[in-house]
Design a protein around this ligand. Structure first.
Ligand SMILES: Cc1ncc(COP(=O)(O)O)c(C=O)c1O
Length: 401
């Protein structure tokens, strides 16, 4: 027995139980889905796709992968799904490589305004392979669709990414599709953050509008770490070939089984009620913080997340992150639109309610959290606040394996 690792995992599980995570990209995997990650499936090599593998002994793996695909097709209302991509950033590169030639132009939201690294940040390989033109938010902190349409006409992108890591508003998928169509570009919806809310009918779906939809499976969906790439039938072959053999070898069959289970669990009235509670909690938390004098980028949220601009409070995002972590609340530092500060130590923090909603915290607890956050940022006695969070976390235990 590797006692060192065993003890470290035990300590991490305890930490997760005792702290509250408001990190917008985190959640707790369904325990049943987690169990399949440690199954015999991890021993199998299965390069290729169902019925066309490059190794023998894949009859059962074929059935598992097919189940994951069929469940994703039904849940998201799409024609084709690839369940093999290992993670979100890689899935985005796979999509670009499937649909574009290197050097082609892609339009995406700038990172400091809510985009993701894999949407063409200068530090990401995506920006070395493709030419990115970033669109911006307007003065109210919302996507400026008029400016986007004008910019698309000028730069003539081959692909537009409508996808966001730190944007809290509903997306006008129909307008995105209209703009993409008007310039002959593919529309890629990166719903990594909001997929669980979309299938729970708490946010709008891009299924009718996007050429390709990508989501990670480990955020609001409550699954294992992985990604789904979904598309219209005409693009299926290009996408599948870009995954394997284009950018990957053998799929992680244990993860695919876990994804299949997750997709079966993310259905029905209970899931819809969870999705609704995530958004309601985010809106309550945002309102409570606004009442305490905090500025929320775009004035509020339609999703699970919000960005707090701490300029007025004269605290940097990094300092706020540290002060909150110190009392057991985890948030992540975040840039604000047109941030004068650098991304490593930006002007804001990003908060999300998916994980605390999984634990069962509700509107009443959001008021308490806002108050604790406020007191921590004002540097009140840490020991007292730490105790308050520990007690709250204990009241809402989470099933962890
Ligand atoms: C919008 C978006 N796309 C892609 C990714 C990348 O996912 P991963 O961390 O699984 O590579 C993220 C992760 O935060 C994201 O927010």
């Amino acid at each position: 027995m590797d006692q060192k690792i065993k003890n470290l995992v035990k300590a991490e599980t305890k930490r997760q139980q005792e702290q509250l995570t408001l990190i917008a990209s985190e959640n707790y995997i369904w325990p049943e889905a987690q169990s399949y990650l440690a199954s015999s499936l991890t021993n199998k090599y299965s390069e290729g796709y169902a019925g066309k593998r490059y190794y023998p002994g894949n009859q059962i793996i074929d059935e598992i992968e097919q189940l994951a695909i069929e469940r994703a097709k039904k849940l998201f209302g799409v024609e084709h799904v690839n369940v093999q991509a290992l993670s979100g950033a890689q899935a985005n590169l796979i999509i670009y490589s499937a649909l574009l030639a290197t050097g082609d132009t892609i339009m995406s939201l700038a990172l400091d305004q809510g985009g993701h690294l894999s949407h063409g940040h200068s530090a990401s390989w995506t920006s070395k392979l493709y030419k990115f033109e970033h669109y911006q938010l307007n003065a109210q902190g919302s996507i400026d669709m008029m400016a986007l349409a004008k910019q698309a006409k000028a730069v003539k992108p081959k692909l537009i990414v409508a996808g966001f890591s730190a944007y809290s508003r509903e997306i006008d998928w129909a307008s995105f599709a209209k703009i993409a169509k008007s310039v002959g570009a593919y529309l890629v919806a990166d719903i990594s953050h909001t997929a669980g809310l979309i299938v729970g009918k708490a946010m709008k779906s891009p299924a009718e509008h996007a050429d390709v939809i990508m989501t990670t499976t480990h955020k609001s969906l409550r699954g294992p770490r992985g990604a789904l790439i979904m598309c219209r039938k005409e693009l299926a072959q290009k996408i599948d070939q870009a995954v394997f053999p284009g950018l990957q070898g053998g799929p992680h069959d244990n993860v695919i089984a876990s994804i299949a289970t997750t997709l079966a669990l993310d259905t029905g009235k209970a899931w819809q009620s969870y999705a609704k509670s995530v958004v309601k909690n985010a809106q309550s938390l945002a309102k409570a913080l606004q009442k305490l004098g905090y500025e929320i980028v775009s004035g509020g949220t339609d999703s699970h997340l919000m960005i707090i601009d701490l300029t007025k409070q004269k605290i940097s995002g990094k300092e706020a992150e540290t002060r909150l972590a110190d009392i057991g609340i985890l948030v992540s530092r975040s840039t604000i639109p047109h941030d004068p500060r650098p991304p490593y130590n930006p002007s804001g923090i990003r908060l999300g309610t998916a994980a605390v909603s999984t634990r069962g915290l509700g509107v009443k607890e959001m008021q308490q959290l806002a108050s604790v956050i406020d007191r921590a940022l004002k540097n009140q006695t840490k020991a007292k606040l730490r105790n308050e969070i520990k007690t709250l976390a204990k009241k809402f235990p989470v099933q962890l394996a």
